[in-house]
Design a protein around this ligand. Structure first.
Ligand code: PAF
Length: 283
């Protein structure tokens, strides 16, 4: 059965209050819709961890630095609701824009440190938009736990930081990236890839895996990353925005994986910006 779709904060609050009275543990899975198996894995993990699950669908204008990117972001609400139905999600919150940003809205949540560099350097204002909307969604839903994908690793770090800094009483759960059989990380943006470049897209993940192998075998980060960057461009990507080795705990730049690390990349293919990242063990 399809979960009820709530469009106002008042409806959400009423449902949340009823669940609180039952003593239910409530999970939230924040999304911007265009749901794929990655999102569904978050909803399934939430369902396993909580009594009640809310999936939010809100294409947040404040996190798009490019108006064209916002305009063409896929919007597929009816299909999203169908995909969630078999998972037993309890509510889908699809707020009208003024339920998130009422007239006169003048507040922004800005997280320094982990939001700088990587995507933060290339998408001005993006993480302020993410931090602001996630703060609102956590407070509006009053969730006990919230589920985010590791595919957006820097976003996950920003969310963990803001929750700690603002004393929001919610457990943040990071879930592994879900991939196509050829390795391409699932993303709502994959649907925008022109058909003739789809077979090139997995080269991004393959380059990360090869760079990890080299790093774990003792190659320095400079050489390993230069080889990976060249492989991504040789495969047909138009641009590598960044490709970096960072500490998994705080995203500090690393020359070598002397601590648990993460390789993170953003690159452009067929007019679409793809991001990915993988874990690198400390050596
Ligand atoms: O990862 C996303 O889909 C979005 O950045 C999020 C967390 C739903 C905030 O709009």
């Amino acid at each position: 059965m399809s979960a009820p779709i709530l469009r106002s904060l008042a409806e959400l609050r009423a449902l949340r209050a009823a669940w609180r009275a039952e003593g239910a543990r409530v999970a939230v899975v924040p999304t911007m819709g265009a749901l794929h198996d990655g999102h569904l894995s978050l909803a399934a993990a939430a369902k396993a961890a909580a009594d009640r699950v809310i999936v939010t669908i809100f294409v947040n204008p404040r996190q798009f630095n490019d108006p064209g990117d916002l305009a063409r972001y896929p919007r597929t609400e009816a299909r999203d609701a169908e995909k969630l139905a078999p998972l037993g999600v309890d509510a889908i919150y699809v707020p009208a824009p003024d339920q998130v940003y009422p007239p006169g809205f003048a507040t922004s949540v800005s997280v320094s440190g982990v939001s700088e560099g990587l995507c933060g350097a290339h998408r001005p204002g993006h993480f302020d938009g993410v931090a602001t909307v996630v703060t609102k969604l956590l407070l509006q839903t009053g969730a006990d736990c919230a589920f985010f994908g590791e595919k957006d690793f820097q976003q996950l770090m920003v969310v963990r930081r803001l929750v700690r800094d603002l004393d929001i009483p919610v457990e943040i759960v990071g879930c592994p990236t879900v991939r196509e059989p050829d390795g391409l990380a699932l993303s709502s943006r994959n649907a925008l890839l022109p058909g003739d470049v789809r077979t090139t897209a997995p080269a991004l993940y393959q380059a990360l895996v090869e760079a990890r192998r080299a790093l774990e075998a003792g190659t320095g980060a400079g050489a390993a990353l230069a080889t990976a960057r060249a492989a991504i461009l040789a495969a047909g990507f138009a641009e590598v925005e960044y490709l970096e080795l960072r500490a998994a705990a705080d995203l500090a730049p690393l020359e070598a994986p002397d601590v648990p690390a993460r390789l993170l990349v953003a690159a452009h293919l067929g007019g679409v910006r793809l991001i990915d990242n993988i874990e690198v063990a400390a050596r």
